[in-house]
Write a protein that binds this ligand. Structure first.
Ligand code: BES
Ligand code: ZN
Length: 625
């Protein structure tokens, strides 16, 4: 009998624990040291001097918090990385006065950084941390004037996703801990500071380097962003506009002219845009990503400025995140596909609405082909949408899987249930979980209740499991169909079997997409002679379009096509976008002679790269220095 009671109690105890965990909405985030189940930060007030000479942000962060479990002895755990913490104080009078408190920095972890534990008096509801960042903060890049388009002023920008916010703010760096924020920022006179918040302005001359920002909607910390430099603004429409260095502003505005239309098209399918304005900041070429969906102000690489608006699906993508990602957010990096798969699916829907089905199908087809190629050389565990990233750098989850496999899964659901039904489902999903961070399990529950069970027998639970938890692509994955690409393939085949000379190929009117498909159709044994024939007619080595140039350079390395050598070096020195830089170095590193060249080029290019690009190339290029 006694045993029974003990057993029963143990069960009840476990049940209470598990239930409490579930009820508090907590799922474990393996990439944060913070303790939002006890103390939860709700607002961050920043005060920064942007010090270009020292390459640091210096100032303070005041964190307001709630005591979730009402424990008066609870400690506050924050994430930090390479921060110089000068003072930690607490307030119990709403931030009027602060007094010193004890704090402790824990051991450093190479992926997670250093936990900061702070003692809180029982009545405290705010903590103020006075600190500065390190010159090599992983989430910031400091550019010399030479690294900018204008060559006259320095430039700085942040990139917080996935877990780099902690390198410039001590905070609870988990996407499940949503915060509002406000900021005061001081820059040298004449420079303009912008943030992912309200308060962006074009009259920098008048402001003398003094700026205030406010983000009144609760966002995950990875969406906090700042940039400062010689920036100007140009309007693109009523609610959209672009910031960039003056010398590329006109070109940027031309390229991004369809932005306002894209917003309207997205609102029509998925409901109101809930953030106010939608502006884009075009950064210098060292920006390590294509784009970053910082709310109210997408950050974008200048490598999308092709001159013909052919690469603007990137804007459709970042805009789509205003619904999928920024409004409904992955609770942990394991659920990253909820952000990127939905966004890639939405991106294609926007492209269809603004440019038509043929363009959507070309882009979807390029996407699926590159996924198939990537899958063939990928560890099985990484082919899973609901990927396990415990103990790893969440940046390792950045593959084609969450993006393209995720988008195919949603397209499969659309095709199965019909567009009308599926669109309503997605729209309701955004409404229901707006401004929340959710896990894959929550999505699946919602899917079962609102789509599967209302349309029985179309899709089984096992089918969903397969998409989410198994490697590879299910046999019933959708296949995009592009007539334009079928025609390109005929031309590629005619060239390859010697039927048609390069100069006689029917390429009139081809867009970037068709050229990309053409080049990707070339075989592994193309050879430098045939490359020379193509180059003579189509001038690929000199082409300005970054996507086509990248594809051509990848082939040039593999085929040892020497006439492209100088362009390769130039490309790698001037562009720091990781998606281009990493594969090019990896292709070089495949042979001893290539590795030698990689070392020579990297010696010149590394200093200009963002820390994120540097660390991913460091692991590829090994030289006896
Ligand atoms: N949010 C991502 C960028 C990101 C993801 C940065 C994970 C850091 C960690 C952004 O929306 C994105 O997906 N950008 C893509 C472009 C897009 C068109 C596929 C990129 O930068 O290549
Ligand atoms: Zn994205």
């Amino acid at each position: 009998m006694k045993k029974f009671i003990e057993l029963f109690d143990l069960k009840a105890f476990l049940f209470v624990i598990i239930f409490a965990f579930a009820a508090s909405g907590q799922t474990q985030d393996f990439h944060s040291y913070s303790n939002p189940g006890e103390i939860r930060v709700t607002h961050i007030n920043l005060d920064w001097d942007v010090l270009f000479d020292k390459k640091i942000l210096s100032g303070s962060a005041v964190l307001s918090f709630e005591r979730v479990n009402k424990d008066p002895n609870a400690l506050l755990n924050l994430d930090t990385r390479a921060l110089d913490i000068q003072k930690v104080e607490t307030s119990d009078d709403g931030g009027k006065t602060f007094s010193n408190t004890k704090f402790r920095l824990g051991e450093n972890d190479k992926y997670l950084g250093t936990p900061l534990t702070i003692e809180l008096p029982a009545k405290a509801d705010r903590v103020k941390i006075t600190y500065s960042t390190s010159p090599d903060a992983s989430g910031l890049q400091w550019l010399t004037p030479e690294q900018t388009a204008g060559k006259k002023s320095p430039f700085m920008f942040s990139q917080a996703q996935a877990i780099h916010a902690r390198s410039f703010i001590p905070l609870q760096d988990s996407p499940a801990v949503r915060v509002t924020y406000s900021a005061k920022v001081r820059t040298p006179k004449g420079l303009l500071a912008v943030m992912s918040a309200e308060g962006n302005t074009e009259d920098n001359a008048k402001r003398g380097g003094d700026y205030s920002f406010n983000m009144p909607r609760a966002i995950p910390p990875y969406l906090i962003a700042i940039a400062a430099g010689d920036l100007k603004f140009q309007s693109l429409g009523k609610m959209t506009g672009v910031y960039s260095e003056p010398s590329i502003l006109e070109k940027s505005a031309y390229e991004l002219a369809d932005t306002e239309k894209m917003v309207a098209a997205t609102e029509k399918i998925y409901g109101k845009y809930r953030w106010g304005r939608y502006d884009i900041l075009v950064l210098p070429p060292s920006f390590p990503f294509g784009g970053m969906e910082n709310p109210l102000l997408t950050f974008a690489t200048p490598t999308i400025l092709a001159g013909d608006r052919s690469l603007v699906s990137l804007i459709a993508h970042e805009l789509a995140h205003s619904w999928s990602g920024n409004l409904v957010t992955n609770a942990t990096w394991r659920d990253f596909w909820l952000n990127e798969g939905f966004t890639t699916y939405l991106e294609r829907r926007i492209i269809e609405a603004v440019y038509g089905v043929p363009r959507r199908e070309m882009e979807a087809s390029l996407g699926k082909n590159s996924l198939m190629e990537e899958l063939s050389g990928m560890d099985e565990r990484d082919q899973i949408l609901h990927v396990d990233l415990k103990g790893r750098d969440p940046d390792e989850g950045f593959t084609g899987v969450p993006y393209e496999k995720g988008a195919l899964f949603l397209r499969y659901l659309e095709e199965t249930f019909g567009r009308k039904t599926f669109d309503k489902f997605v729209r309701d999903y955004f409404d229901k979980y707006a401004f929340q961070s959710i896990t894959t399990e929550t999505f699946v529950d919602h899917l079962e209740k609102n789509l599967l069970s209302k349309n029985p027998k179309l899709v089984s639970r096992a089918e969903i499991e397969k998409w989410l938890e198994q490697p590879g692509l299910p046999e019933n994955a959708p296949s995009p169909k592009s007539d334009a690409f079928a025609k390109v393939k005929i031309q590629a085949d005619n060239f390859l079997n010697g039927k048609t000379a390069a100069s006689q190929l029917a390429t009139k009117g081809w867009t970037t997409h068709e050229w990309l498909h053409f080049l990707k159709s070339m075989p592994a044994d193309l050879g430098s002679e045939r490359m020379a024939k193509l180059d003579e007619v189509f001038k690929f080595t000199k082409i300005g379009n970054s996507e086509i140039a990248f594809q051509w350079l990848m082939m040039s390395i593999a085929q040892d096509y020497k006439p492209a050598d100088a362009r390769l070096e130039d490309f790698l020195i001037n562009i720091g976008r990781r998606k281009f830089v990493r594969p090019l170095f990896a292709e070089l590193a495949k042979t001893p002679a290539g590795m030698q060249r990689a070392c020579e080029i990297y010696a010149k290019s590394r200093a200009g790269y963002h820390p994120i690009t540097q660390s991913s190339v460091d692991s590829i290029v090994s030289c006896d220095r």
